[in-house]
Write a protein that binds this ligand. Structure first.
Ligand code: ACO
Length: 429
């Protein structure tokens, strides 16, 4: 893992001016040059499209070492959490900073469980969506509307109201997500059954029909719980940064999380799991794998291997390794023989030995195998990114809570290099 730097300042020199900039270091990770006084002292801003070299905040939640393939939540390696914890405990850990005692966990679980219901008025709101609306479109809208139901408890200066908003979001997002799905297939909504645990409850809300009981193999809840743990947080990714940017304006947490869901939707981010399955279906057969790899290498084609590459990981995404194993276990236990798995394995194999992918350090990411598991659990493709959103809600609310207490937090307001016209006089063409 990266070490602390041996220097604590750098000097930037241009023409006859020089400016000394302090270097800040966290407990782990790359040192950061603090450029706060650069504009004042030199008149220059910095240019960093996509913020690939910019730390936007200090955070104690998640650490990634992309070169080594390391992911820590609050210091705990993802492999240990995947093997020993559960999603709700991980949500507590992300929010509070430490693993809960038995009593703390029981109280958190009870809080979450008692906030799983939606206001009845949500039903008529949901009914306004076309039956074939994409569930992500519904989720963004439904979450954005939540502030209208809880506007009396939105005093952001009150730590307890902030905590409760976070708990409400963790509790209600699965209920809303399942409701969106059922609306899209014309099934009656299912109320949450609070005698079940978090993931089981969600699966019942998704699949239970009034006509008969739902029989689930234990591997289904185990696999989903694992996927939720692995997707729960990933430091300042696009959707979390969106949550923080919206949060920096003092907007309410429901609006912030709705904005995070919108950012997650894109195929370069959370939408990739849906895109992976579409891609595997299009490839169709292991014998077409090499031509897909060749197409991905051809810049003219505009085609990329979905589920490959990552802004931060230049090594195996540690989550992909865990999911790959679970994928085999789920298919075996559920007795599913999915030809997509064969295509995925051949594709991974072909890409990993191809110079183009090796040189660019493009490895399978978290989304490469998750879609195959979701499919085996009976979750339709359009719901894949929604599943990601349920898990990531734990991370989003944790970052929002951290930001609310950060004494250095300011409204997010990037600058630009203006490339338009210089000032010109109005004249009709
Ligand atoms: N297939 C083919 N080539 C790729 C791929 C890919 N999946 N990903 C990156 N490359 C190539 C680029 O064309 C570029 O090549 P060049 O140097 O010859 O121009 C080089 O690798 C670097 O790529 P960038 O786009 O600069 O990398 P960036 O960090 O900006 O993008 C991203 C990362 C968006 C994840 C990218 O790898 C991608 O589009 N992957 C496919 C979509 C995907 O799986 N997204 C999920 C990410 S994980 C998550 O959000 C949960």
């Amino acid at each position: 893992m990266s070490q602390k730097p041996s220097f604590d300042q750098v000097t930037l020199a241009a023409a006859d001016k020089s400016v000394v900039l302090p270097v800040q270091a966290g407990t782990l990770g790359n040192p950061c040059i603090d450029i706060g006084r650069l504009p004042k002292e030199t008149g220059c801003f910095t240019y960093d499209p996509g913020f690939g070299a910019t730390a936007s905040c200090k955070s104690a939640i998640t650490y990634i070492d992309g070169d080594e393939g390391v992911l820590l939540y609050r210091g705990y390696p993802i492999e240990q959490l995947a093997a020993k914890s559960n999603f709700l405990e991980v949500a507590y850990l992300l929010m509070h900073g430490d693993l809960p005692t038995k009593g703390e966990f029981a109280s958190f679980e009870s809080d979450v469980t008692h906030h799983t219901m939606m206001h009845e008025a949500f039903k008529s709101f949901l009914g306004g969506f076309r039956h074939d609306a994409h569930p992500m479109a519904m989720l963004v809208g439904m979450l954005g509307s939540m502030a209208s139901f809880y506007h009396n408890t939105l005093d952001l200066d009150d730590p307890e109201q902030r905590r409760m908003a976070a708990v409400r979001l963790i509790a209600k997002v699965p209920t809303i997500a399942a409701a969106c799905y059922r609306h899209s297939i014309g099934w009656p909504l299912r109320y949450p059954r609070n005698n079940l645990e978090y993931v089981d409850r969600f699966l019942h809300m998704m699949f239970e029909v009034p006509a008969g009981p739902l029989e689930l193999k234990p591997v289904a809840a185990r696999a989903l719980d694992l996927l939720f743990i692995l997707h729960a947080d990933h430091e300042q990714n696009a959707s979390t940064s969106t949550v923080r940017l919206v949060g920096s304006t003092g907007a309410n947490p429901y609006a912030c999380v709705a904005a995070g869901v919108a950012a997650l939707w894109g195929p370069a981010h959370g939408g990739a799991n849906e895109a992976v399955l579409k891609m595997l279906a299009e490839i169709g057969d292991a014998k077409h794998v090499q031509s897909a790899v060749d197409k991905a290498k051809d810049k003219e084609s505009g085609f990329r291997l979905m589920g490959f590459g990552h802004r931060v990981y230049k090594n195996f995404d540690p989550r992909a390794k865990i999911i790959r194993e679970m994928c085999h276990e789920v298919l075996a236990e559920l007795g599913v023989n999915d030809p997509m798995l064969e295509v995925a394995m051949r594709l991974e194999e072909a890409a990993l030995k191809d110079d183009y992918f090796v040189q660019r350090k493009l490895y399978p990411n978290v989304d490469f195998y998750s879609g195959i598991i979701y499919k085996a659990l009976g979750i339709p493709t359009e719901m894949f990114t929604v599943m990601f959103a349920i898990a990531r809600t734990a991370g989003w609310v944790s970052h929002w809570l951290e930001q609310q207490e950060d004494p250095e937090a300011r409204i997010g307001r990037p600058r630009q290099i203006y490339t338009g016209h210089a000032a010109r006089d109005y004249a009709k063409p």
